[in-house]
Design a protein around this ligand. Structure first.
Ligand SMILES: *Cc1c(COP(=O)(O)O)cnc(C)c1O
Length: 377
């Protein structure tokens, strides 16, 4: 039996594989030759389904992936994903054997961490994280001897070295100056290492906005997350490069019940929706437990039903929400509602939905990775 039949009973994510392929092609044109895409597939590939997305990317020739946790790396390997997998975040050093067995690369977040991991006596592939001004993870770019020392640690194979930019999305002059300072201090460290006889590993600096605002950096990888999924973080974001990226994800649900409520009746928790006229309400079995933000309650959020854009009525619950379909001409139980995505002439884009909820696309998308089935179209 085709499982997609049950998967589309309630609420689901639809992945447009053609758009994913298109984004890979478009981004590959923007990266300098010799530089590869490292697909960032953490948090269920920003809600797109990690194994499904990485498997598709493998088929498109993507050979490098980044995740946040060791569990995410193991899930990809068990799902048959090939190529390099870099863990961007912290992994307890007691898991060194798993890093090795699953052929995962571990980010070295500090000199002390590198020493601890090395002392486990297990050969592990690593990338050194360099702090150039984000002041989150990483060894200070000024600590030449500390970084050089890591290259000598006998159990750590240093395959890469990278930094992360903290305001690459902004084109404000002071942010551009800060970013150029970050890039400059990374390359200075690389030069100093080279001059002191260290063999330079693979280098990477840019994530999506780093590529779109600072193209052309001499690197081996670009760590692309949100751009690969085809949306900006926020609707008004404006970058130097404007590639034709296309959204990959849609969030859909099916109307399971339609009820009439009389003028003056209330709907949902807190009775925050009171009908100002005789009203028809459609119930969608999707809620904040699926990642649809509760802050879109009480008409702040909208849903597409056929040719109509209809408002959320009352409070979004964990597992359901109500929409006002009084003005929709024909609507029946079983009809599909689009919560994120396009339908006819209308689009509820992830950045606009995220923005209405007070967040960015990245958060909105990744929170949908917990309970919803994902189907590829
Ligand atoms: C999440 C992450 C990325 C991807 O960022 P996008 O803005 O989604 O492209 C890149 N690098 C690091 C270190 C990250 O944590």
């Amino acid at each position: 039996m085709d499982k997609t039949v049950f998967w589309t009973d309630r609420a689901w994510i639809e992945i447009n594989v053609g758009n994913l392929r298109h984004n890979v092609d478009v981004l590959r044109e923007e990266v300098p030759s010799g530089c590869e895409l490292m697909a960032v597939v953490k948090a269920q590939a920003y809600g797109h389904g990690a194994v499904l997305t990485a498997t598709q990317l493998n088929q498109m020739g993507v050979r490098a992936f980044a995740v946040a946790t060791i569990e995410e790396g193991i899930e990809l390997r068990e799902g048959g994903v090939s190529g390099e997998i870099l863990i961007l975040g912290y992994t307890g050093v007691s898991r060194a054997l798993e890093l090795k067995e699953y052929d995962l690369m571990q980010t070295l977040i500090s000199h002390e961490y590198a020493e601890d991991l090395n002392s486990q006596g297990i050969a592990v592939k690593t990338h050194i994280k360099v702090d150039t001004g984000m002041h989150r993870l990483g060894i200070s770019a000024g600590d030449l001897s500390g970084v050089r020392d890591i290259f000598l640690m006998e159990n750590l194979e240093v395959c890469g070295m990278f930094t992360h930019l903290c305001c690459a999305d902004s084109r404000q002059p002071e942010d551009v100056r800060y970013t150029k300072g970050q890039i400059g201090s990374f390359y200075k460290l690389v030069d100093d290492l080279r001059n002191s006889g260290v063999g330079i590993p693979k280098l990477h600096i840019q994530s999506s906005y780093g590529l779109l605002n600072y193209p052309g950096l001499a690197c081996d990888y670009v760590r692309a997350g949100i751009a690969l999924y085809g949306v900006p973080s926020a609707p008004e974001d404006d970058c130097l490069l404007k590639p034709d990226l296309r959204p990959v994800l849609s969030l859909k649900s099916r109307i399971v019940l339609i009820r009439s409520v009389k003028k003056g009746d209330s709907v949902g928790y807190g009775r925050s929706f009171t009908a100002s006229r005789d009203t028809r309400i459609a119930i969608l079995p999707v809620g904040y437990g699926d990642g649809f933000p509760r802050s879109l309650s009480d008409g702040k959020g909208h849903v597409l039903v056929g040719r109509y854009v209809v408002p959320v009525a009352g409070r979004i619950c964990m597992d359901q929400l109500a929409v006002d379909v009084t003005d929709v001409e024909d609507v029946s139980v079983g009809d599909i509602a689009t919560l994120i995505g396009a339908e006819g002439y209308h689009e509820l884009s992830a950045p606009s939905v995220a923005d209405s909820s007070g967040s960015i696309s990245n958060e909105l998308l990744c929170r949908m990775g917990a309970r919803l089935p994902v189907i590829a179209k």
